[in-house]
Write a new protein. Structure first.
Length: 281
């Protein structure tokens, strides 16, 4: 057995995309890890498997797997990539302008906008402690959590959990050591993504991200969404903000109805066929 794949990325947050709508593919955790391995596999931050959409309002279902074999509920950069793929493969190409991507966290409408960018409605930010989820009731505006120099994060769910720490200097934070400690903290029963955010102005944030199940990545769309929401809740920025990640900039807008809109680029790196060795159980 062999499977064709496409390698895509959004601001360096990279994905192996497998279209399993005609030939079903349900990878085991071991297969997910093997494909994502950067030394012996293709290598990616997330493995994306496309399936027929159960909801008739959606055009495609996107399943998201982390390099550790776990399944993720949301990935903003991957959503833009798959939305672009769906629109570009349609009869009218990107002129069709719109598509809807379904994930285990819900429906994500997307549109092509000026400059070749893709904008995604990432849905409402969830702010109740049960939605994050947390192990016990707490004020999500400022959690009672301190790990070394990081203190009092804001918790946001964008279909996956985020702990956003506001810091004076994002570059100075040893995220490679603090990220895994916070990800696995008992406060987060389903683990958490970790953001360190430096507010540059009312319309600009510098952001670094430790992704749950993946580690430090060059960009994280859902993390940028969560950070924009957290910054507004803390009164640090306006509702429209540019978030500058290691891989580039995303434009975020948290509308008054609670929905978060993310706009940014997508790119295709290469295509190939997965060898049988990576597909063994």
């Amino acid at each position: 057995m062999s499977l064709p794949f496409l390698k895509m990325h959004g601001l360096g947050n990279d994905f192996v995309v497998i279209d399993a709508r005609k030939t079903p593919f349900d990878p085991t955790p071991a297969q997910r890890r093997a494909i994502a391995d950067r030394r012996t596999g293709v290598g990616c931050d997330q493995l994306i498997v496309l399936e027929p959409a159960p909801d008739p309002a959606a055009d495609v279902f996107m399943r998201i797997y982390n390099p550790d074999g776990s399944e993720a509920g949301a990935c903003g950069n991957a959503t833009r990539c798959i939305a672009w793929l769906e629109m570009s493969r349609g009869e009218r190409g990107l002129d069709a302008g719109r598509t809807v991507v379904q994930t285990i966290s819900g429906l994500l409408p997307a549109a092509a906008v000026q400059g070749g960018l893709i904008s995604v409605d990432m849905g409402p930010a969830r702010l109740d402690w049960r939605d994050i989820p947390l192990a016990a009731e707490a004020d999500t505006l400022r959690l009672p959590l301190s790990v070394d120099a990081l203190d009092g994060p804001c918790a946001v769910s964008m279909g996956n959990p985020h702990a956003v720490f506001f810091v004076d200097d994002a570059e100075a934070v040893p995220l490679e050591t603090l990220g895994p400690r916070i990800e696995h903290h008992p406060m987060f029963p389903e683990r958490t993504n970790v953001e360190v955010a430096q507010v540059l102005s009312r319309s600009s944030i510098r952001l670094r991200v430790w992704e749950r199940g993946a580690g430090i990545t060059r960009a994280c769309g859902s993390g940028a969404c969560a950070t924009a929401v957290a910054a507004v809740r803390r009164g640090l920025t306006d509702r429209t903000v540019d978030v500058h990640l290691d891989g580039g900039t995303l434009h975020l807008a948290w509308s008054e109805d609670g929905r978060v809109h993310m706009t940014g680029p997508v790119a295709t790196s290469f295509s190939g066929v997965l060898p049988e060795g990576l597909l063994r159980p």
